[in-house]
Design a binder for this molecule. Structure first.
Ligand code: AMP
Ligand code: MG
Length: 276
């Protein structure tokens, strides 16, 4: 079953060749049932990670307007204990943020040991919107791919598990979703004329995404492209990859917790046997 497209180092990326619609051979109902199971497993793994406090996880969500970043994050957070998980949303930088290097505002939002930090947009905006709109000169954004790789290497060397999702939607699906926002009262708050303006730059964004995916997919922090036209599949695929990222650590975390438990018991026994 295929739940998305992991980009390999040095792989050429052509987004028009990667499907935006997929179902892994499952019906919507089967997908939801599988997601419940995966969600439970994800919750368990997140709790183990939290307790063991040896690793942390950074989950990056990127995607065009309406690609479903908010929806996917809401679903993901429904599976994990809120104490261990937090979201950072990256908007247009403030003057203070702009006065620093582009990673300054990002680094302080990375997860501490045991925690999960979810990025709703990220440092990749600095090679996406910034590149498309020429907000800084080319010689500035051009160097950022290397800066990003070095930054993410620092994170993974520091026991942060980095998972990066690009939610991939079609141009038609985006149009439907933008139009739906105008109709649905509870979604109208999300309306932004900017979304329609950005849509006119569809191909420029595709190019910017392709370069970012190609240049920033080393083995330690690869991008995963998620077909996101179907919301239930998008959430299922995200859960699948997060479980896949955390599961290899399960034994290590369980052993460490067992050792901690033994140590605590031994200390308690020693305390009880000491004459008062
Ligand atoms: P939203 O995700 O709808 O709340 O919109 C946030 C907006 O902030 C998007 O239009 C992003 O492109 C923009 N944004 C995020 N990071 C940056 C950045 N580093 N430079 C410029 N714009 C950014
Ligand atoms: Mg928006």
């Amino acid at each position: 079953m295929k739940f998305g497209y992991r980009i390999e180092p040095d792989q050429k990326v052509d987004l028009s060749k990667i499907p935006t619609k997929a179902d892994a051979g499952l019906s919507h109902e089967e997908g939801e049932a599988k997601l419940e199971d995966l969600g439970r497993e994800l919750g368990e793994l997140a709790e183990l990670m939290y307790a063991a406090s040896m690793h942390s996880m950074l989950v990056v969500f990127q995607g065009r307007d309406t690609a479903g970043k908010d929806g996917a994050i809401n679903r993901l957070l429904s599976f994990v204990n809120v104490q261990g998980a937090q979201v950072s949303s990256f908007k247009v930088p403030s003057p203070k943020e702009l006065a620093h290097d582009f990673l300054w505002r990002v680094h302080s939002e990375t997860p501490g040991k045991g925690g999960i930090q979810v990025f709703n947009r990220s440092h990749y905006e600095d090679v996406l919107v910034v590149r498309v709109h020429k907000l800084v000169p080319e010689e500035v954004w051009e160097k950022r791919y290397d800066h990003i790789n070095a930054f993410e290497k620092l994170l993974t060397d520091s026991n942060t598990i980095v998972v990066k999702f690009m939610l991939h939607i079609s141009k038609d699906e985006q149009e439907e979703r933008l139009l739906a926002r105008e109709q649905e009262v509870d979604k109208a708050w999300k309306l932004a004329v900017g979304d329609w303006k950005e849509r006119e730059l569809w191909d420029e964004y595709a190019k910017a995404y392709e370069v970012a995916l190609e240049r920033c997919s080393p083995k330690n922090a690869p991008w995963i492209v998620i077909p996101a036209d179907k919301k239930w599949f998008r959430d299922l695929a995200v859960a699948h990859h997060l479980v896949e990222a955390l599961a290899p650590y399960r034994d290590q975390w369980e052993k460490s917790l067992q050792a901690l438990g033994e140590k605590a018991k031994a200390e308690l026994a020693a305390y009880r046997s000491t004459p008062k």
